[in-house]
Design a protein. Structure first.
Length: 453
């Protein structure tokens, strides 16, 4: 990494970054009150409010968004006539899943094998710390050369659209010349990467009912329609024989023209077991970044332990459908709903409820801000050129911001490289990536301000 005075300052700030990330990770800020108390999210939001105020931000506010969660906003004025940059991250996290499966407590930041482990360490509490570190380093080297707005979302992982709706109702709040989304990640550790596309998503809950109540499987099985069996048939209809996503009417043959993802690297990153094949067709990049992907996130049915010999009257599942740029998420929801309803066997009653939705996003990588970011990443990563990749995940706010501010440049960077295992057990962040990206963001703000002056 560069040995410039700015780089040395960023390095000196890393112990503070670790301490503060540990404080943030300790909040069990899952934005679902059925899983964790709402007070955990409120405490995390309060921590960010105090951090921004301590760092000289003005107009710091907790925004009560329509989905019942809170986002944090702050403004840091720069020199007169300077451009305005909006920095984004989110403090809510995915649930820890099986806490016993973690090698260390999920809400205690733990250093192991050169990485820091904890839920949200990379996605995206590390993004909050990345922004704070970059700004603190700049203040020690002549000051922050741009006006800075910070927005930290409180429900990104739930896909409930609170900040999107708030931004649409208050469009003046987040106006900026460029936006840096700190919720993406390098293609792999040490390879500087800007994310050019995000898949959109729709999240639906499907319920299948066949009987007024459960029945004895010996007395009625063989003739009585089993709702769980019907649900299995419905879910199976969403995949072709090779595992490709098949939703009636939804195109699934697009190709990706940019950075490719070698199959062996993907198998290693995804920890695919020996002898188990991958699903779908086309290149790995096609499947991850250019085509829809359906995932059954959960099924409500009796567990094996304690199950009774019954024909089931009802069953339900939560289904995620990722949709690529060029596909409208609302239309994908309509097609998915129709497919699920039509796939039900034996006249089973099917009800589909939309739980969340977000549009796909495509950035203009030829914009001036990307040139500034490429130069900043090149310096922070010892001369390595910035790569352009897609990301199969969704950040619904991106498309909202692109619609509200069509002239604004939007860049996506972050800490969620493959080894981070975001959304899985043993999520972690690379301290080296945090340091390099903090430096890169600081350099970017300097270069961007100089080029806009």
């Amino acid at each position: 990494m560069s040995d410039s005075p700015l780089a040395r300052t960023v390095a000196a700030l890393q112990p503070r970054a670790r301490t503060e990330l540990a404080e943030l990770v300790a909040f069990r800020s899952v934005a679902d009150p059925e899983q964790f108390p709402k007070s955990e999210c409120e405490a995390a939001a309060g921590w960010i409010v105090e951090a921004l105020r301590a760092d000289g931000f003005q107009d710091v506010a907790l925004l009560d968004t329509p989905d019942g969660t809170q986002s944090v906003y702050g403004f840091l004025p720069g020199p007169e006539g300077a451009p305005t940059v909006l920095l984004y991250a989110h403090y809510d996290v995915q649930p820890p899943l099986d806490e016993a499966a973690w090698d260390s407590p999920p809400f205690t930041l733990t250093e192991r094998d050169g990485r820091w482990y904890g839920r949200g360490a990379a996605d995206c509490k590390g993004g909050v710390i990345l922004h704070l570190t970059a700004l603190r380093a700049l203040r020690e080297h002549g000051g922050v050369p741009v006006n800075v707005k910070v927005i930290v979302e409180g429900s990104e992982e739930q896909g409930t659209g609170g900040l999107e709706r708030y931004a649409e109702a208050h469009p003046e709040l987040l106006t900026a010349d460029t936006i840096v989304i700190g919720d993406a990640g390098n293609f792999r550790v040490g390879l500087p990467t800007a994310t050019a596309t995000l898949r959109g998503m729709t999240l639906v809950r499907v319920s299948v009912d066949t009987l007024a109540g459960n029945l004895h499987s010996g007395q009625f099985g063989g003739a009585a329609p089993d709702a769980l069996a019907a649900l299995i048939r419905v879910l199976d209809s969403l995949r072709a024989e090779d595992g490709s996503t098949t939703v009636d009417g939804l195109a699934a043959d697009a190709t990706w023209q940019g950075l490719q993802y070698p199959e062996e690297e993907f198998r290693k990153d995804a920890k695919v077991l020996d002898g188990v094949g991958l699903i779908g067709d086309g290149t790995i990049a096609d499947r991850l970044w250019a085509r829809p992907a359906v995932t059954v996130l959960g099924i409500d049915c009796p567990p094996v332990v304690g199950a009774t010999p019954s024909v089931h009257a009802g069953a339900r599942a939560l289904i995620s459908l990722r949709v690529p740029p060029g596909t409208d998420a609302a239309e994908a929801t309509r097609l998915l709903t129709a497919h699920l309803e039509n796939a039900a066997p034996w006249g089973a009653r099917v009800a589909v409820e939309q739980v969340g939705q977000g549009q796909a996003f495509r950035a203009d990588t030829g914009s001036p801000a990307y040139a500034s970011m490429a130069a900043a990443l090149r310096e922070a990563y010892d001369g390595q050129e910035m790569q352009i990749a897609g990301m199969g995940g969704s950040i619904p706010l991106c498309n909202t911001l692109a619609s509200l501010y069509p002239e604004t440049e939007i860049l996506l960077i972050g800490l969620s490289e493959p080894d981070a295992q975001i959304h899985a057990v043993n999520e972690s962040v690379s301290p080296e990536e945090l340091e390099r990206l903090s430096l890169a963001e600081a350099l970017f703000l300097q270069r961007y301000a100089a080029e806009r002056s």
